[in-house]
Design a protein around this ligand. Structure first.
Ligand SMILES: Nc1ncnc2c1ncn2[C@@H]1O[C@H](COP(=O)(O)OP(=O)(O)OP(=O)(O)O)[C@@H](O)[C@H]1O
Ligand SMILES: [Mg+2]
Length: 374
């Protein structure tokens, strides 16, 4: 399956005759549309002669054929531009090639445990030996600073290749950036959509994340501006949808899935997680009370043919761990650590399946599976 991202990754290595930077980084590509095997490219050129256009057409077609498929067809719409380019569509700095997998943790409903799950999956992955980052994209209600006990910290600026970048805060082996680091604790953030998107973009592209195997994105509730902005800026490898088994939550979980499946978004859903699946008192671990209904998410995942990654009980220690800033997965050799570890492994398996099924793209790859063997 051809995707815009795949073509952009490939065209990253294609140079026009008179240019020192590739066609993507130089901003020469203004648009790409795909119809089956046919790729339509809007390409800005400075030399509009027929001969030059023919050479570009020939070179680009043979480049795409040899890198994708011999059956590729190409249509180029030449746009004559000045030699000095501004208004770049594909800004080279927007490539985040040092991050192998970006996973969005979502649910259209509030309060179902997205942030709790994000924090615990991150710790679990880090314990398995992966390099992990968490981007708290909940601009209006950031949770990660509290959940990782780094509320009082402020990211420092570091200079990388002459550019100033913010360094994520690190705790429990996880790198974290959140708007919460930049706002006053008790003040509400009142921003319009574009300002929020800008702040988010800075945390993504103007940050020194270093080499990451995984960047987990804790999404806010809903299916709004922030979600769109993230999906437009980042090549998301897959999404995980968290829900409680309650009917109202399931309706929203479905909405969340349909957002990812929309044609112009098209983010693979790696699976569902059932949070607060049942209540179990710490002193009577065998007793299970299905206070939000039984197996609601499991049933939904069967109906929608979306993998089920596992269930998390409603237990006091999970809530306390979040409030104290030590994610429950940090508690070695406990039942809850094991539960999150199994869910993490299931998520990794689904990611591997996706990697096999989807066309090769740089962003959907796992660099190492060491630590997942037990
Ligand atoms: N399995 C669980 N057991 C006990 N408490 C839990 C569990 N999961 C989440 N909680 C608690 O429920 C509350 C909501 O969880 P959380 O903040 O993770 O939800 P959210 O979906 O991120 O919410 P929001 O939509 O506001 O971002 C928190 O107080 C959290 O500690
Ligand atoms: Mg949250």
């Amino acid at each position: 399956m051809l995707t815009k991202e795949l073509i952009l990754e490939i065209l990253n290595k294609f140079y026009l005759d008179n240019q020192e930077v590739d066609v993507v980084s130089s901003g020469s590509i203004k648009n790409i549309v795909i119809y089956g095997n046919e790729i339509n490219v809007d390409l800005e050129v400075t030399n509009p002669t027929l001969k030059s256009k023919n050479v570009i057409r020939e070179n680009l077609l043979s480049f795409l054929k040899s890198n994708i498929d011999q059956k590729i067809e190409l249509k180029i719409n030449f746009i004559v531009g000045s030699s000095k380019k501004e208004n770049k569509i594909y800004n080279p700095q927007r490539k985040i090639s040092n991050i192998s997998n970006i996973i969005a943790i979502s649910s259209a409903k509030g309060g179902v445990g997205k942030s709790t799950v994000t924090a615990n999956l991150a710790v679990s992955l880090s314990k398995m030996g992966f390099n992990v980052g968490v981007l708290d994209s909940d601009i209006y209600g950031p949770s990660m600073p509290i959940m990782f006990d780094v509320e009082e910290q402020k990211p420092l600026a570091v200079t990388i290749d002459g550019k100033s970048k913010m360094k994520p805060i690190e705790n429990y082996g996880v790198k974290i950036l959140s708007i919460g680091f930049f706002t006053k604790k008790d003040e509400a953030v009142i921003w319009r959509g574009p300002m929020a998107s800008k702040a988010l973009n800075q945390m993504i592209f103007d940050a020194d994340w270093g080499e990451l195997d995984f960047l987990l994105i804790d999404l806010p509730p809903g299916t709004g501006d922030i979600h769109l902005s993230i999906m437009q800026s980042l090549p998301i490898s897959g999404a995980v949808v968290v829900s409680t088994p309650q009917n109202v939550a399931l309706i929203d979980a479905k909405k969340g899935v349909s957002m990812f499946k929309k044609e112009n978004i098209n983010v693979p859903v790696l699976g569902f997680i059932e949070n607060m699946a049942y209540f179990t008192p710490e002193e009577l671990p065998r007793n299970k009370y299905y206070i939000f209904g039984k197996h609601g998410v499991q049933n939904l995942s069967n109906d929608m043919k979306i993998p089920f990654l596992g269930e998390i009980p409603l237990i006091q220690s999970v809530r306390e761990a979040g409030d104290y800033g030590i994610p429950a997965s940090m508690q070695d050799s406990t039942n809850i650590e094991e539960i999150f570890k199994n869910i993490t492994k299931n998520m990794l398996s689904q990611l591997l399946i996706r990697n096999k099924e989807l066309p090769k793209t740089e962003v959907i790859k796992i660099t190492t599976m060491s630590g997942c063997s037990s």
